[in-house]
Structure formats: structure tokens, C-alpha cells
Design a protein around this ligand. Structure first.
Ligand code: G3H
Ligand code: 13P
Ligand code: ZN
Length: 333
């Protein structure tokens, strides 16, 4: 049993309290490799932003859970080397799907876990979430739960309003589970294809898709039911069109990739939404940079020569999100 406290990590409790009160959101960035982690920590250290490092099931398969945990421990020391005296870094399990997985993360030094039982019937979601909360809280590890199903083209069932979180359920759910934060569904979704072209309108000038707006009415109703309670948004990449264009220009094929407009995330950050998950945008930044190097310098075969520019591009993206979208810069001096 390793406590995250001994690794210099923090849980989300204080972070979220301050974020809700201060009208900003904490960035939750997924990481799978060293370059992504370096870029995240450099961006957080330079802007003095609290940050959540997320480990998904794909990341656990790709990079190994133990190795990622040690990398996060190293990230705390790296942040200090960069001059961030008091780094506020949380190591979080993204979309945990069982008690055993959540327990294994708590036991190896994660400071926060998500139990995503949102696909289960309501009472089963409550029972599993409660079981994880009871275990995690013994070690002061915070727990994110999810209610409602993220809409989008990646769902097996197509997007519909009935997938949104039901505001009338949130008080009962939060009270009975004891969860520390709640991921809700208000129209975001995972990946680079968040909406079908049929769900969007098209900008007549550029031909680019304009997605339907998020359901702010549902968010505000939830906020009224649970005043001050930390709300989480998954699937919040904005799919920057400049990256999509670079990827397509240099041999990629991402037709009609579309995300959540940043103005809407900025607005959400000012509400009880205090954690915003971003993964796909970092993948796009990395892919755009790597494709460009491969195109411009076909003789290059030193991975540092293309992963280096990819890391720089991701850092730029993370800093932009922190400063211009979430407003978390300067909140962890
Ligand atoms: O929640 C989804 C994240 O973007 C991670 O996805 O399991 O492919 O790493 P992944
Ligand atoms: P995106 O695919 O929109 O980046 O969402 C990531 C996420 O929600 C991770 O849990
Ligand atoms: Zn997610």
C-alpha cells in the first residue's frame, strides 16, 4: 500500500473547492507517454495551474499502470526542478469500470479515481459507486462518478436527449453514493468525431461543421439542485481545425472531425464545472506535428526529431487551454 501523499500528489478536494468558488476549471489531461507528460508538466509549471493527470484503460494497456504511476511520481519532482515550488498535481484513474481496478489504483498511489458505472441501471450505479467511495475515502482518495450517458456518434445508441443526466436524480445519487464529483452528460462526447454532419449546421463560408450547443439548461438545473457541488465534463476536446487541416494536408484523413467550441467550455468553466477532460486535442496536436516533420524532412529517422516538435505543440495546446479556456493559470502559486 502506497499513499499518494508520500509521492507529493494531491487529491481533488481542495482543487475543486477553489475552482467552484473561483469560477474556473481544472484541466484533466490524459497521458500515455513521456512526451505528453513532459508537455503537461511544463505547461502547468509555467502557468502555475493545478493539473489532473489522467490514466485511461487504453493508457494502462499501452504503457502499463505501474509505469504510469511512477512517471507521475517523477512528474512531481520534474515540476519542482522547473521551479514550481508547490506543485498541485493529481493522479487520476479515468473511466474505472470495476471496484477491483479502482482499489488497485488507490493501493498504488493514485490520489483520485473515477468509477464509471453510468452504463449500469441506476441502482447498480449507486451500489458500485458507493462501494468504491467507501474504500477510497479510507485513504483520503477522492472519487468521481458518472450519471447519464455521453451522447455522440461513438455511442452504440445514437445521441438523444434521454441520454442527458436527469437533474431530478442528482441529489439522490450524490447523497447515497457520497461521491466527491459528478461527471454529467450535457452534449459532449469522446473522440474527434463528436457529432454527425446531420447533427450540425455548416458555415457557408468555410464549409466547416458547426456543432449543436451544449445543454446549458440541464447544467444550470443540476447546479441548482446541488449548489457548489463539483461537476465534471468529459469529451471536451474542441478538435482545433488548424490541426485537422495540417493532418489532412500532410496525408491524413480526418474528414468532418468536429469538437466542442471553446467559448462554450469557457462559459462552463465559470459554473460548477470544475474539471474538464481533454485528450483528443493532444492526440491531434501530436499527429499534426509528426506528420509535418515526416513531410518536410523525409530523411529524418531520429524519433527525438519528430517527438520533440510534437511535445512542443502539445505544450502550446495545454497552455492555451489553461490560460484561454479554463482560466486555471496562477491558481497553484
Ligand atoms: O475517455 C477516453 C479517453 O480519451 C481515453 O481513451 O482508452 O483510448 O486511452 P483511451
Ligand atoms: P476528448 O475525447 O474529448 O478529449 O475527451 C477525453 C475524456 O473525456 C477522457 O475521459
Ligand atoms: Zn471521458
Amino acid at each position: 500500500m502506497v499513499s499518494y501523499k508520500d509521492l507529493g500528489l494531491v487529491n481533488t478536494r481542495e482543487m475543486f473547492k477553489k475552482a467552484v468558488a473561483g469560477g474556473y476549471a481544472i484541466p484533466a489531461f490524459n497521458f500515455n507517454n513521456m512526451e505528453q507528460l513532459q508537455a503537461i508538466i511544463q505547461a502547468a509549471a509555467e502557468t502555475k495551474s493545478p493539473v489532473i493527470l489522467q490514466v485511461s484503460s487504453g493508457a494502462r494497456k499501452y504503457a502499463n499502470q505501474t509505469l504510469l504511476r511512477y512517471m507521475a511520481e517523477g512528474a512531481v519532482e520534474y515540476a519542482k526542478e522547473l521551479g514550481w515550488e508547490n506543485p498541485q498535481i493529481c493522479l487520476h484513474l479515468d473511466h474505472g469500470n470495476s471496484f477491483e481496478l479502482c482499489k488497485s489504483c488507490v493501493d498504488m498511489g493514485f490520489s483520485s479515481v473515477m468509477i464509471d458505472a453510468s452504463s449500469l441501471p441506476y441502482e447498480e450505479n449507486i451500489a458500485l459507486t458507493k462501494q468504491v467511495v467507501e474504500y477510497a475515502h479510507k485513504y483520503d482518495v477522492t472519487v468521481e462518478a458518472e450519471l447519464g450517458v455521453l451522447a455522440g456518434v461513438e455511442d452504440e445508441v445514437s445521441a438523444a436527449e434521454s441520454h442527458y443526466t436527469k437533474p431530478e436524480e442528482v441529489i439522490d445519487f450524490a447523497t447515497r453514493t457520497g461521491c466527491d464529483s459528478l461527471a454529467i452528460s450535457i452534449g459532449t462526447s469522446h473522440g474527434a468525431y463528436k457529432f454527425t454532419p446531420e447533427q450540425c449546421t455548416r458555415d457557408p463560408k468555410t464549409g466547416k461543421l458547426i456543432p449543436p450547443p451544449l445543454a446549458f439548461d440541464v447544467l444550470h438545473e443540476i447546479e441548482k439542485k446541488l449548489p457548489g457541488f463539483p461537476i465534471v465534463l468529459h469529451g471536451s476536446s474542441s478538435v482545433p481545425q488548424e490541426y485537422v487541416d495540417i493532418i489532412n494536408e500532410y496525408g491524413g484523413k480526418l474528414p468532418d472531425a468536429v469538437g466542442i467550441p471553446e467559448e462554450q467550455l469557457r462559459e462552463a468553466s465559470k459554473s460548477a464545472v470544475c474539471k474538464i477532460n481533454i485528450d483528443s486535442d493532444s492526440r491531434l496536436a501530436m499527429t499534426a506535428a509528426v506528420r509535418k516533420v515526416f513531410h518536410d524532412k523525409p530523411g529524418e529517422f531520429d524519433p527525438r526529431k519528430y517527438l520533440g516538435p510534437a511535445r512542443d505543440e502539445m505544450k502550446k495546446l495545454y497552455m492555451h487551454k489553461i490560460i484561454n479556456v479554463l482560466g486555471s493559470d496562477g491558481k497553484a502559486e
